[in-house]
Design a protein around this ligand. Structure first.
Ligand SMILES: [Zn+2]
Length: 402
């Protein structure tokens, strides 16, 4: 995949359909260029490189993207700490998804290629449950995180997916939580499609965030620099069909947060066949009202947070990943949020990019005794409540939407 946006010049055409009728939704200046890279030094975290967000929608296909995205600011490496695999709830979800795909496409004793495999926990699960062999491509691979027997089934390529990977003979292609980090989305899908040629039996299975939910709930903590591409179920399906795939299934999972698309290569571009694909008018409606709704709500949310601090309450967020970074920087809340708790032991002792808020482990909260804890992802609220109880803490849990 070639690098088409590293010049930093704003995009003037839709990266999904090349349309030029674009609507700007939201501008955010100087936001942290990365949010999963944690800093060991507070000042370094505060001085972290920034980029601009010019969230833009294409009126022809409904795709939403950061028109000011500059790939040169990307620095994925092993120190990129994106995994959610320390959460039992997330592990359960990954297991169920792996099983669903293995059963639906008979992925047993096969070679599974995962593009953007992160630390490889999902790929290892696919290998374990289906006696498969895995090939994982990601600059952030960390094979030492997996058990030796898991590692033995997987070949790791610590690099970004590119044209030369077309030589890999895989029976299945999996790509989870990766497409939203890629700016030239059509070029990326075209590359995958080209590598498959006339192998029309290879399932191509993607998972990524649903922008319709973000726009409906004004979930600003899900809008951050690393995510340069935002899809609704319809815009995602349109891109796949345009790039020469037929769609087997479309779904929304994880409490409506994630989209699943299950496709196979087709000889020619295909036509819409699922009712959910017909969402362009609804998407444009959400997009056109977004800015006014967002600004009004941001003011309300800022007031709620300040009100807590004014009444003498200490506030911790739970989740020191991208959502936490976006939450603190968008609300400009470095002074209101005392700490960011995270169950990933690799994160404790570090600092959030942009704000310099300290990252702590759950046990550290026994000393901090926050009055209010805000889970960055509501799906973990039950898990967090149980942990707080176990630690003997009576912190009030507040929804991220405040
Ligand atoms: Zn478009």
């Amino acid at each position: 995949m070639s690098d088409t946006t590293s010049s930093g010049a704003p995009l003037t055409a839709c990266p999904a359909c090349l349309g030029t009728e674009l609507t700007e939704i939201l501008q955010q200046e100087s936001i942290p260029a990365h949010s999963c890279l944690l800093m060991s030094d507070r000042q370094e975290a505060i001085d972290f490189p920034t980029g601009n967000m010019v969230l833009t929608a294409c009126r022809a296909c409904g795709f939403v993207f950061n028109a000011a995205f500059d790939l040169a600011l990307n620095q994925y490496s092993e120190s990129y700490e994106e995994t959610q695999a320390f959460s039992a709830h997330f592990v359960e979800f990954e297991e169920a998804l792996a099983k669903r795909w293995i059963d639906a496409y008979d992925i047993n004793n096969k070679t599974v290629l995962e593009i953007g495999c992160g630390k490889g926990t999902f790929l290892a699960t696919m290998c374990r449950l289906g006696s498969n062999r895995g090939i994982g491509i990601d600059p952030a691979v960390a094979p030492d995180r997996l058990a030796p027997e898991e590692n033995a089934q997987i070949e790791w390529l610590a690099e970004l997916y590119a044209d030369h990977h077309s030589a890999i003979d895989a029976d299945v292609i999996v790509c989870r939580h990766t497409l939203e980090h890629i700016s030239p989305v059509k070029e990326f899908l075209d590359t995958i499609r080209a590598t498959l040629g006339d192998r029309h039996d290879v399932p191509v299975l993607f998972e990524l965030p649903d922008f319709a939910r973000v726009a409906e709930e004004l979930a600003f903590w899900d809008i951050y620099y690393e995510h340069c591409s935002y899809f609704t179920i319809g815009s995602l399906a349109r891109l796949f069909r345009r790039c020469g795939f037929d769609i087997m299934a479309l779904d929304t999972v994880y409490d409506g947060q994630y989209l699943l698309i299950e496709a196979k290569p087709a000889p020619v571009p295909t036509e819409a066949s699922f009712a959910e694909e017909d969402d362009l008018a609804a998407t444009l409606e959400l997009v056109d009202s977004f800015n006014a709704r967002f600004m009004a709500d941001l003011e309300r949310r800022t007031d709620v947070l300040q009100g807590l601090v004014d009444s003498g309450k200490s506030v911790s967020i739970w989740g020191a990943g991208s959502k936490g970074v976006a939450f603190v920087t968008t609300l400009d809340a470095a002074d209101q949020v005392t700490s960011a708790c995270d169950i990933n032991p690799y994160k404790a002792g570090k600092y959030l990019a942009g704000s310099g808020v300290s990252v702590v482990g759950p046990e550290d909260l026994q000393e901090i005794k926050p009055d209010v804890v805000i889970p960055m992802n509501p799906v973990y609220t039950e898990e967090i409540a149980a942990k707080l109880k176990e630690l003997g803490l009576e912190s009030e849990l507040l929804d991220v939407g405040l």
